[in-house]
Design a protein around this ligand. Structure first.
Ligand code: B12
Ligand code: SF4
Ligand code: SF4
Length: 406
């Protein structure tokens, strides 16, 4: 495909198929380092990524779609509107709006994949493409801004004049040389509401936040115990934080043009009435969690994770050890970071489960299985008399080595 008219026609086809799949905005960027990306390297160099080490490992590839698809020429940037009404339970505890409904990692990937497949069939010529959503190492906001989907606000979020920042992003990287769109003008002006409203003063500059101070980091990404000085700041934010978006004038309901997302999930259909209160979160067992939240974005934190955010003291040596093992799994997944990143993670989790089951079978009733149980009920004490920390870390080291050997 070399002619200008062919390229324009191909861009139109991508746009039509993406809109058919319910994406609210579609734009095209060149598959080259987007403007402003230098901020990312500075951010990592200053340690603003907190415990998200996968961002360090992938820092070198986030601006180069060529690493995801050899011969990449264009990035078709997609934005999907998500829920705009707050998710507040009867006791005032809150869930970030983006987490409403089925996990967007799966739904957006499916929608973008269908759009790309349909476009490829229509365009022909054996074009190649690859879909990215969130966990794929690509600078989504920077490419979206370059593709004219919106501007990067002082709160760091991509904002559209009609949809605000209540958007989730996805991309189709392709080897078709599509005509790029123009970026839109920045529209924050002299406003600084978001910078002033952040409860933890997390913004170190306009558009740049320090994840070490961001509640979204602590409630979504962090594994293990919550530090004492962070606990009071979390307050009613059980999962994620929408504060710097709620105060944004571009998100005022009267300004927004599009309504609810196309696939409401059972627990949001009833509005806020169905949301668990803190007490209900704390008493929720694994079965109810799986049924209600297993397929939502909340599963990133997990049941124990959510419970720990609510009650900083509600964790045992066992919980922490399992969270640490999960971290190791995520590390491994980070090394893989291909298009199957999420299924890989599930697979790693399964492997870990199988491994633990096998270990318990091998070791008999006084073996490690019992250690986990005893650890849970007795707190600091461990079977072999070592301290909780030492015992936990030895166990984790052993299991990690076995996972790596498998
Ligand atoms: C790590 C991560 C986080 C971290 C760090 C966030 C951060 N601000 O850096 C934490 C856990 C804190 C987080 C929180 C949230 N996240 Co997040 N997160 C990511 C992830 C995986 C990587 C982001 C990253 O690399 N951060 C490092 C910074 C330095 O890079 P950046 O955010 O891309 O910012 C770039 C541009 O903004 C650019 N830039 C900044 N200012 C300017 C100005 C100009 C003029 C230009 C040209 C460029 C520019 O420079 C940066 C470097 O490229 C992306 C998915 C992805 N693959 O990109 C989702 C993503 C950014 N997150 C998303 C969401 C929804 C959220 C939350 C709203 C969730 C919530 N409600 O709790 C909050 C928002 C917090 C906030 N105000 O930013 C969406 C953003 C959608 C949107 N409308 O912008 C993304 C794109 C996921 C997705 N697929 O939709 N997140
Ligand atoms: S998400 Fe919350 S804690 Fe993080 S920067 Fe925005 S307001 Fe601050
Ligand atoms: S609150 Fe104001 S400064 Fe912050 S992103 Fe919105 S318009 Fe920009």
């Amino acid at each position: 495909m070399t002619g200008r008219s062919d390229r324009v026609a191909a861009a139109r086809i991508f746009r039509e198929e993406a809109e058919r799949e319910g994406f609210s905005r579609v734009g095209i960027a060149r598959a080259q380092e987007p403007p402003g990306f230098a901020r990312f390297s500075d951010w990592i160099a200053s340690g603003r990524n907190a415990g998200m080490r996968y961002l360090e490992r992938t820092a070198g590839v986030r601006s180069s779609p060529e690493n995801l698809l050899a011969g990449a020429r264009s990035v078709v940037c997609l934005a999907a509107a998500h829920r705009t009404a707050p998710l507040t339970a009867a006791d005032g505890s809150r869930i970030a709006r983006y987490a409403a409904g089925p996990d967007y990692h799966g739904t957006l990937r499916d929608r973008a994949t269908r759009a790309a497949r349909a476009a490829a069939e229509r365009i022909g010529d054996g074009i190649r493409w690859r879909v990215c959503v969130d966990s794929t190492p690509i600078a989504e906001r920077s490419f979206a801004a370059a593709a004219g989907l919106g501007w990067i606000g002082k709160n760091g979020c991509l904002i559209d004049r009609e949809l605000g920042s209540w958007l989730l992003l996805a991309e189709i990287v392709t080897d078709v040389d599509l005509p790029p769109d123009e970026p839109v003008a920045e529209m924050c002006g002299s406003c600084s509401r978001c910078l002033e409203s952040c409860p933890t003063d997390a913004f170190v500059a306009e558009g740049i936040l320090d994840a070490n101070r961001c509640l979204a980091y602590w409630t979504i990404e962090h594994r293990g115990a919550i530090p004492d000085d962070v606990k009071p700041a979390i307050a009613e934010n059980v999962f994620g934080c929408d504060i710097c978006q709620e105060v944004c004038p571009w998100n005022e309901p009267r300004r927004l043009r599009l309504g609810q997302p196309p696939h409401p999930h059972e627990w949001e259909r009833g509005g806020n009435a169905g949301l668990p209160t803190r007490a209900q979160w704390l008493s929720m067992g694994p079965g109810e969690w799986r049924r209600r939240f297993g397929a939502t974005a909340l599963n990133r934190a997990g049941r124990r994770g959510v419970q720990r955010r609510i009650d900083g003291h509600h964790h045992s040596a066992v919980d922490e050890a399992f969270e640490d093992i999960l971290d190791l799994d995520l590390e491994l997944v980070g090394q893989v970071f291909d298009r199957h990143a999420f299924s890989e993670r599930d697979e790693l989790r399964d492997r870990r489960r199988r491994l633990l089951r096998r270990r318990s079978g091998r070791s008999g009733p006084s073996g490690p299985r019992r250690f986990w149980r005893r650890g849970a009920s007795t707190g600091p004490g461990c079977l072999d008399g070592t301290t909780r920390d030492l015992c936990g870390s030895q166990e984790i080291d052993r299991i990690a080595r076995e996972i790596l050997r498998e």
